[in-house]
Design a protein around this ligand. Structure first.
Ligand SMILES: CC(C)(COP(=O)(O)OP(=O)(O)OC[C@H]1O[C@@H](n2cnc3c(N)ncnc32)[C@H](O)[C@@H]1OP(=O)(O)O)[C@@H](O)C(=O)NCCC(=O)NCCS
Length: 201
């Protein structure tokens, strides 16, 4: 069943649906939101629909597990996802974007708490990595606040529009997650994780 959802006090992260396209288009048509990405801003709702249509096979193959961040009252506010799964090493990387109105509201903290519960408690991962452009101070600060540790700079690591960019690599190990504040966020799980992403007991 493709029905995973994790619900916290104000947000849910869940498998995306076709009807999320309108809200995702609205948020990611803002160039500030996609400034640090290789894609965007969305110019039409069709781009959001095409993105959503690519997700199910990527999820089934264990390539990307992108989930909609849904505010329990306001509806979809962004995307958070796991990629670069290495089952043998029990690690993946996390990436996220939220609509501009949700920055600085605590939504990122709650969404990351839900995703860490998914990664460590449900999937059995031992490490979550995260990349941030060397100049993306806000994202770096946000990761550090969550307990991710800055580990170094990866040179020429991401290509955007033909240009190779340096990124900071951050990491959060299972024991650091357990000792930090994120597990204090209450989480209710429904449905099951995609089997390709379950790597440990
Ligand atoms: C990255 C993102 C998910 C973080 O969520 P957020 O709600 O903005 O993050 P927070 O408000 O929890 O944390 C940001 C921190 O950076 C600080 N900050 C903001 N602008 C800053 C700047 N220019 N320089 C340094 N720090 C900055 C904030 O003050 C805050 O730290 P504080 O709470 O200690 O004051 C969100 O900004 C986003 O969706 N951005 C667009 C997509 C994106 O770039 N994703 C990341 C790709 S690596």
């Amino acid at each position: 069943m493709d029905d995973l959802a994790l619900t916290g006090p104000t947000l849910r992260v869940r498998i995306p649906r076709e009807e999320d396209a309108a809200a995702l288009f609205e948020h990611a048509s803002d160039p500030e939101v996609t400034r640090w990405f290789s894609w965007g801003p969305y110019a039409s709702p069709a781009e959001a629909r095409a993105y959503l249509a690519r997700l199910p096979p990527q999820r089934a193959r264990g390539e990307h597990l992108d989930l909609v961040v849904e505010h329990l009252d306001a509806g979809p506010i962004g995307i958070t996802g796991l990629g670069e799964l290495a089952a043998r090493d029990r690690r993946a990387v996390i990436g996220s974007w939220l609509g501009r109105a949700w920055w600085g509201t605590g939504a990122n903290h709650e969404a990351k708490a839900l995703m860490c519960h998914l990664a460590f408690a449900l999937l059995g991962l031992e490490r979550l990595g995260a990349y941030s452009n060397v100049e993306h101070a806000r994202s770096q600060r946000a990761l550090e606040r969550l307990g991710f540790r800055r580990e170094g700079v990866l040179r020429g690591y991401h290509r955007h529009a033909g240009v190779a960019l340096d990124v900071v690599i951050f990491g959060l190990l299972r024991q650091e997650w357990e000792a930090g504040g994120l597990p204090a966020v209450p989480v209710t799980v429904s449905g099951g994780p995609p089997p390709a992403f379950v790597v440990g007991g």
